[in-house]
Ligand binder design. Structure first.
Ligand SMILES: Cc1cc2nc3c(=O)[nH]c(=O)nc-3n(C[C@H](O)[C@H](O)[C@H](O)COP(=O)(O)OP(=O)(O)OC[C@H]3O[C@@H](n4cnc5c(N)ncnc54)[C@H](O)[C@@H]3O)c2cc1C
Length: 414
């Protein structure tokens, strides 16, 4: 997955959240003690974590202060404006998905050990859920973890693993009991990506970049102390991660007019504003329609962020993810239209590269156009988001689930 940006909002958005003044004082102190532009990023982020300003809605001692979630967005907005390093840019999966999962399901030891280096970016994380035969239906996964004393031995294959080549740790779902129904036989393990028996191979995307990977496990050993949640409770852990993933991808609350729509507006202004032709008028209408769609999604996300309590987000995360994916694809299609014939050319000779960091905020809209195709797949496809919307928000009947109660071992798989 690739999230688009951290949530931000303005001071009026946190009205009524309480404790805003004392958080503001803590932010002022942090910025005064460690001027962000002259402090090494890891030092700044470490201090931010230690002072409870990493995720202010997390518990004290875990990078937070136990405050309402809207204050987190407020703090991030202030720090960003001051030029502070943004933790999510250094560890996108760790920050948006693994951290809330660790807080919800981790032991005290795991939280103390893992949250700080995750936040500072010293330990990048990846998400090891999808497999060649288990994507939308991730609960059917086949990677095995077998108990051997105080350890687990992992064998199998994961796929589409974003930033696995940069990751120090991975959040792994593995089958620990094949004789019970699929959701019941899964356990979540925290994997050392540099351990023997873990092999990462690049996969190139339509953009030419190998941002994601295949990961092979051949007898990799994970100590039981790195099990997250109870044995057989991996599905419950995974739901926390997946719901947070959808919010991380689609729940962005930027300033009005920012994000992909700003690319479309910039192109229209630069190339079409002074053109009186009917074609330019039609493009203007298309830009306005896109602008309205982005603003509706932004305001809906703002409302959802205010209503959300700390913990696992509800179906609003899936709705936001669906809207984000479809809006983004249409907006970058429009950007290519705004470019005219130039839209058919790819920048920089279509290089086949392996990113050494996260490719956020691509400068060229033609690259963004291609990357946006993945938005309706990563973090759950748009069809699956519509199923969730239909079942959990509209109360429509679910699709057939014939394999739900059968032992996993007896269910045919491709
Ligand atoms: C850029 C990118 C990054 C990714 N990063 C990660 C990562 O870091 N870690 C990770 O674990 N995974 C990652 N994924 C994998 C992603 O989660 C899966 O690709 C996704 O869940 C879909 O699974 P699938 O590819 O197996 O497709 P399938 O599940 O095989 O789906 C194929 C088609 O069938 C449709 N379909 C399937 N089930 C239903 C249904 N019940 N109702 C209606 N339609 C259905 C789908 O919508 C789709 O169109 C990434 C994917 C992408 C594109």
């Amino acid at each position: 997955m690739t999230a688009n940006a951290e949530h931000t909002d303005s001071t009026e958005d946190v009205q009524g959240a309480g404790d805003g003044a004392s958080v503001d004082a803590l932010v002022d102190e942090l910025l005064a003690d460690l001027p962000p532009r002259s402090t090494p990023p890891e030092t700044f982020l470490g201090a931010q974590f230690d002072r409870g300003l990493a995720w202010v809605h997390f518990p004290e001692g875990r990078g937070g202060l136990g405050l309402p979630p809207p204050l987190h967005q407020h703090v991030m907005g202030r720090l960003r404006a001051a030029g502070a390093p943004m933790a999510f840019l250094r560890n996108i999966i760790g920050y948006g998905m693994v951290a809330p999962t660790l807080v919800a399901h981790g032991t005290e030891d795991q939280q103390r050990r893992l949250l700080r280096p995750l936040f500072t970016g010293e330990e990048v994380w990846c998400q090891l859920f999808s497999e060649p035969g288990a994507g939308s239906d991730v609960a059917s996964l086949a990677t095995r973890a077998e108990r051997d004393g105080d350890e687990w031995v992992v064998t199998g294959q994961k796929v589409w693993t974003t930033v696995a080549h940069l990751a120090r740790r991975g959040l792994l779902l593995a089958r620990t009991d094949p004789d019970v129904p699929k959701h019941a036989g899964i356990t979540c393990l925290l994997v050392d990506m540099q351990a023997p028996g873990v092999e990462v191979r690049p996969l190139h995307q339509i953009t030419g970049e190998a941002e994601f990977n295949e990961v092979f496990f051949t007898g990799a050993v994970v100590p039981d102390t790195d099990r997250l949640g109870a044995v057989g409770e991996g599905w419950r852990v995974a739901v926390t991660t997946l719901m947070n993933e959808r919010v991380a991808i689609g729940g962005n609350v930027g300033e009005r007019g920012t994000g992909p729509i700003s690319d479309a507006l910039a192109l229209w202004r630069e190339r079409w504003r002074d053109d009186p032709s009917p074609h330019a008028m039609a493009l203007r209408d298309a830009v306005v329609r896109r602008w309205i769609a982005h603003e509706v999604a932004r305001l809906t996300n703002l409302r959802a962020a205010h209503n959300r309590r700390a913990g696992t987000p509800g179906p609003e995360g899936s709705v936001a993810k669906l809207a984000f994916a479809e809006d983004n694809k249409r907006t970058y299609e429009l950007c290519v239209d705004l470019l005219g014939a130039e839209g058919m050319l790819y920048p920089n000779d279509y290089p086949q590269v392996r990113p050494t960091g996260l490719s956020l905020g691509a400068a060229d809209v033609r690259r963004s156009f291609l990357r946006a195709r993945a938005n309706s797949i990563e973090g759950g496809t748009s069809e699956v988001m519509r199923n969730i919307l239909g079942e959990r928000v509209l109360g429509l009947p679910g699709g057939p689930r014939g394999d739900r109660d059968a032992p996993w071992r007896e269910v045919p798989r491709s």
